[in-house]
Design a protein around this ligand. Structure first.
Ligand SMILES: *[C@@H]1O[C@H](CO)[C@@H](O)[C@H](O)[C@H]1NC(C)=O
Ligand SMILES: *[C@@H]1O[C@H](CO)[C@@H](O)[C@H](O)[C@H]1NC(C)=O
Length: 161
């Protein structure tokens, strides 16, 4: 049981990391050729948009049978919509995606999702605090690693160009 949650969270991390990489690559390319976003990124406007994405996500999840809410196969589509929602709306209000506020927001959603998975299996599963912290920090670490990698790659291509 614990393993399936770890696998699920690892998959989510990978999705986030891949999307981060793709979007960084794209926005990096756009940044070089086009002018910066016309709108100034405003944290409170951004967080309001993210709350709306979160509300939709929780509604979508609520339509999934409770037995299947911890099963990635059953919620991958909703997760993808949620991720896309945070991305499109961040950019729409003039913020880059991902950014620290959105990352913190997405992590909070992960934590909500994860804690409900624990509650259902409370007799079967009781992961130590350390495991929980690791699972929550893993996406942040991966995202940072991806950003660092892309920055490093673009620096290198500057040197090579
Ligand atoms: C951000 O937006 C809010 C609400 O629209 C506004 O009250 C606030 O002054 C803005 N902050 C900045 C730094 O522009
Ligand atoms: C998740 O759902 C799929 C499709 O219904 C099923 O085949 C799979 O066994 C489920 N996985 C877990 C860990 O329950």
């Amino acid at each position: 049981m614990e393993n399936s949650i770890i696998i699920t969270l690892t998959q989510l991390c990978l999705i986030l990391a891949v999307k981060t990489l793709m979007s960084r690559g794209l926005s990096g390319a756009v940044e070089l050729s086009v002018s910066p976003p016309a709108l100034q990124c405003n944290e409170s406007v951004l967080l309001l948009e993210m709350e709306r994405c979160g509300d939709t996500f929780r509604t979508d999840i609520s339509f999934i049978h409770p037995d299947h809410r911890c099963n990635l196969t059953h919620f991958i589509r909703q997760y993808h919509s949620f991720s896309l929602c945070t991305e499109l709306n961040s950019e729409r209000v003039g913020c880059f995606w991902p950014n620290p506020w959105v990352e913190r927001f997405i992590l909070r959603q992960h934590r909500l999702l994860f804690s409900s998975c624990r509650a259902e299996r409370v007799e079967l599963l009781d992961p130590p605090e350390g495991t929980l912290a690791l699972l929550i920090l893993l996406p942040v670490g991966l995202t940072l690693a991806m950003v660092a990698l892309v920055v490093w790659c673009s620096k290198r291509s500057d040197v090579l160009a």
